[in-house]
Design a protein around this ligand. Structure first.
Ligand SMILES: [Zn+2]
Length: 232
């Protein structure tokens, strides 16, 4: 997809409504059958960070992606998503990797129309609605869906999964995003200066150390899988 959609915060009304499809924080809107993911490292329920409904020209049109991550534990080797051995442009992602690498975070893909507002989820991140604004500038550096990724370092666009399934650029989030938390949300656990896990003093959460985050998806619609990587 060369068409690109900027994800712009909508400041007009900060109250979450049941019809909202693309947003940061608040309550997830995911299928009734989908559990809130649990961290495989510490067993805590993961925090809901954001979700997006893919726009019409997108290969994943009709699908949404909801992203969760653990904010209750911090492990040196899991601060960012596990990386491939070889991250050069055009690599093949080996079989099994995409099913297995999401230990303390989860990118859930589902049919948008099956999403149900999860009232029972204890909201931690402040709700902010995203507007999707179409742009003809595929290279614009912004939070966006589609277009071209803005690499800070080398181009790490993967080519395929299991050799046969092409990978496509889904979206990116720019570095330094602070996910403001609600009043009674517990502090994020992060690594302190001595390398020990400790509660953050900040009133926000970070996703993957607030690095630039790139999401790629399999072209296969029957079994959509996500590859996430970061750069700084
Ligand atoms: Zn955890």
């Amino acid at each position: 997809m060369d068409n690109s959609y900027l994800l712009m915060e909508d400041h007009s009304n900060q109250k979450q409504m049941e019809g909202d499809l693309s947003f940061i924080g608040g309550h997830p809107c995911i299928p009734a059958s989908m559990e809130i993911p649990v961290c495989q490292l510490c067993g805590a329920e993961q925090t809901f960070f954001f979700q997006v409904a893919f726009p019409e020209e997108h290969i994943w049109h009709g699908f949404s992606m909801a992203v969760f991550a653990c904010t209750s534990c911090a492990h040196e080797e899991y601060l960012i998503p596990e990386m491939l051995q070889d991250t050069l442009r055009g690599v093949d992602i080996p079989e099994g990797f995409l099913e297995d690498y999401q230990k303390n975070f989860k990118c859930n893909i589902f049919e948008t129309k099956k999403g149900v507002y999860r009232d029972s989820y204890q909201e931690k991140i402040q709700f902010k609605r995203w507007k999707q604004t179409s742009t003809s500038e595929p290279k614009i550096a912004n939070n966006k869906l589609g277009g071209q990724p803005n690499w800070l370092l080398g181009d790490e666009t993967p080519a395929t999964y299991k050799i046969s399934v092409p990978m496509l650029f889904l979206m990116q989030l720019m570095e330094d995003i602070k996910f403001e938390i609600v009043q009674d949300a517990p502090p994020q656990i992060r690594l302190g200066l001595r390398g020990n896990p400790e509660p953050s003093k900040h009133h926000y959460y970070e996703l993957f150390l607030a690095n630039n985050i790139y999401f790629f998806g399999t072209k296969e619609r029957l079994k959509p899988l996500v590859y996430v990587l970061t750069q700084i």
